[in-house]
Design a protein around this ligand. Structure first.
Ligand code: GAL
Length: 444
């Protein structure tokens, strides 16, 4: 398999996110984000790590973007930190922050790389979180102001846009389970945040469409094939509900189908109490591409003690299935099947894999970072994607997660997903064997 098998227009890139790489978290006029404050106070991040310095991309962006080029990619995906542009979320603009993203974009263009901008990759301004964040009624107006600003400011140079990164990821982990920023819990908070997010996703896309000539607009969904543990009726139901939440909940509103609430009392109540049908039209948008981000499948079993979903994950290690250092099952066939599941909606015209990658322990051998497991992972997942493409699925790009080892949210700096190793003490970058593998793969 070589990259040319995917066609000459296929987009190959790496994906990153502001809070995970930038650092300079309280410098150059940036306001705090929820990840800055959550990492300080919650005690929920491994080893008490904080994103304050991260990979120091803020100062090293030129070197890092040059690496993207050296490795042979054509797309650099990065996100804008909302509180670097609007330190308080809305109102006064931080000119230095605005200039920083111009510099990043210009650097990409100078090297003939396509800049792909994510507008929201989880780092909400803390000032807005104090007002309720994604659960607040005002969030849609704040978000729209922010999107309009970015579209007007950068739209002449940036054509590839992703509105929101993994709506299910941050609304469930951050507002229901409390393990991510802002650390809120409860199904009520989740529903409030989810409705506002689904609206923001389409509103943001419509603003981009109006402001940016020639924009290619997508949004990025997390997805996982859901496999029932047994064929028993309770396990099947548990799997079906997990699928509705994890794969369909944010996708279907975009396609004009509304939230998938049928035959599930808790969701039906949410739909009624929030009159979600009123927003059906507003949540819809004809995206140029649907971004999918896949890391693992889930095997699901019924469990009466788990609120709402009554579903429980049977972990890969307990099933003796191959898994990464995160405990995530390695299963390229499931990647193929989830691509097919998303592509089966007639409204989905174009799929881009906007994240995929793995954390494995890296080993230093003969002065090289030997990460054969990561190479094997990429090979298998790319082969699965090629199979889906050859079946006729319109897949137009693939972005590896990620360029550099970075601040991996609640896992802190321990979980290394990079194809380039980062020494967080010296900020020295070292290309891993997987990085060289990519370079070779992309050259043919
Ligand atoms: C995604 C997320 C990324 C990255 C990745 C690996 O869900 O969008 O920011 O952390 O998972 O865990």
């Amino acid at each position: 398999m070589q990259s040319s098998h995917f066609g000459k227009d296929f987009l190959w890139g790496v994906a990153t996110a502001a809070a995970q790489i930038e650092g300079a978290a309280n410098a150059y006029g940036k306001g705090p984000s929820i990840w800055d404050t959550f990492s300080k106070r919650s005690g929920k991040i491994k080893k008490g790590h904080q994103p304050t310095e991260a990979c120091d991309f803020y100062h090293r962006y030129k070197e890092d973007i040059a690496l993207v080029k050296t490795l042979g990619f054509t797309v650099f995906r990065f996100s804008i930190s909302w509180s670097r542009i609007f330190p308080l979320g809305d109102g006064a603009v931080n000119k230095e922050g605005v200039a920083f993203y111009h510099n990043v974009i210009d650097e990409c263009l100078k090297l003939d790389l396509i800049p792909m901008v994510t507008l929201y990759h989880w780092d909400l301004p803390e000032a807005l979180s104090k007002e309720g964040g994604w659960t607040a009624f005002g969030i849609n107006a704040w978000f729209n102001d922010y999107v309009s600003f970015c579209a007007k400011e950068y739209g002449a140079k940036v054509k590839q846009w992703i509105v929101i990164n993994e709506p299910f990821g941050f609304t469930s982990l951050g507002y229901m389970l409390g393990v991510h920023a802002p650390g809120q819990t409860g199904v009520h908070n989740f529903f409030e945040a989810a409705l506002h997010t689904a609206i923001a996703q389409a509103d943001g896309a419509k603003i981009l469409r109006g402001e940016v000539k020639g924009a290619v607009i997508g949004t990025a969904f997390s997805c996982s094939e859901i496999v029932p543990y047994t064929q028993s009726a309770p396990d099947l139901l548990a799997a079906k509900r997990t699928d509705a939440l994890m794969n369909r909940f944010f996708l279907e509103p975009v396609l004009g189908l509304g939230f998938p609430t049928a035959n599930w009392e808790v969701l039906e109540k949410f739909a009624i109490s929030h009159s979600t049908w009123r927003y059906q039209e507003r949540m819809k948008f004809d995206f140029d591409f649907i971004g999918i981000q896949n890391y693992f499948p889930l095997v699901i079993r019924y469990n009466a003690f788990i609120p709402v979903v009554q579903a429980w994950e049977v972990k890969a290690k307990n099933r003796r299935a191959p898994h990464t250092a995160m405990g995530w099952e390695v299963n390229a066939d499931s990647f193929y099947r989830i691509i097919r599941q998303f592509a089966a909606y007639p409204q989905v015209k174009n799929i881009m894999v906007t994240e995929n990658g793995a954390y494995f322990q890296d080993h230093l051998v003969d002065g090289k970072i030997n990460d054969q497991a990561r190479i094997d992972y990429f090979k298998a997942y790319l082969a699965a994607m090629l199979k889906a493409k050859n079946d006729g699925v319109n897949i137009t790009g693939y972005l590896a997660w990620t360029l550099l080892d970075n601040f991996e949210w609640a896992e802190g700096y321990q979980a290394r997903f990079g194809i380039v190793y980062n020494d967080f003490k010296t900020q020295q970058r070292t290309i891993k064997q997987s990085g060289y593998w990519w370079q070779e793969f992309l050259s043919r």
